[in-house]
Design a protein around this ligand. Sequence first.
Ligand SMILES: NC(=O)c1ccc[n+]([C@@H]2O[C@H](COP(=O)([O-])OP(=O)(O)OC[C@H]3O[C@@H](n4cnc5c(N)ncnc54)[C@H](O)[C@@H]3O)[C@@H](O)[C@H]2O)c1
Length: 249
Amino acid sequence: MASGILAGRVAFVTGAGSGIGRATCRLLARDGAKVIAADRNLQAAKETANELGNDRAAALEVDVSSAQSVQSAVGDAIAKFQQAPSIVVNSAGITRDGYLLKMPERDYDDVYSVNLKGTFLVTQHFAKAMIEQQQPRGSIINLSSIVARMNNVGQANYAATKAGVISFTEVASKEFGKFGIRVNCILPGYIDTPMVAVVPDKIKQQVVQRCPLGRLGQPEEIAEVIAFLASEKSAYVNGAAIEVTGGLK
Ligand SMILES: NC(=O)c1ccc[n+]([C@@H]2O[C@H](COP(=O)([O-])OP(=O)(O)OC[C@H]3O[C@@H](n4cnc5c(N)ncnc54)[C@H](O)[C@@H]3O)[C@@H](O)[C@H]2O)c1
């Protein structure tokens, strides 16, 4: 029997093949949860799960932008550890940066489909499963971004979806409170992951200069806050949007 504050819980983490999602899987497993590492990139999800061991983790292929894929992920997830996950982390996300006047419709649609619609689909389907199985408590954690408040040029699509995630989180927290399911979101600053690796060095240097802590964040520094929100340590935190930015505004 696993020990730790999350012992007996099952977590479903999207975007688990990289960056913040992978770090989240590690920390939730450290705290005793069984973890389902879900990603569109199955090989990457398997690497995450293998690192944690078969008794504590399993990998699943899911495309969060597809209702069909998310629907079948619910059944697969329940089958892995014989219970509906009571912790869900929506970390799958993409960027397709470009100036608004030149932004292809496709880049707008793709970012919307993964970041906002994907968060909606996963939240809806997994919350239904939690409610059907009468899980005594649930915690859904969504990844927004400080970009939702900074509104960088070149990120109209991304910023709009991440602002949408904040509103979506608030509505879900109001609707799900009566089921014992809390819903919160995190607004990371610039975190050292493959997503930020493609940001030009000049921009990264500007970010570091503007950040009071003078550095990028590490994925584990976001995952620690996710682990807190997953656990009963945060039992009265609901509908919150928590900035984890090193003070970057
Ligand atoms: N890194 C940062 O600085 C930062 C800052 C603010 C917010 N965020 C948000 O945090 C989350 C994680 O970011 P990250 O830096 O770890 O990114 P990342 O690029 O390292 O990882 C994202 C993962 O999501 C997966 N993914 C993409 N589309 C998917 C889909 N349709 N279905 C399932 N999986 C899919 C990718 O395969 C990848 O493994 C994202 O939502 C991102 O927008 C990141």
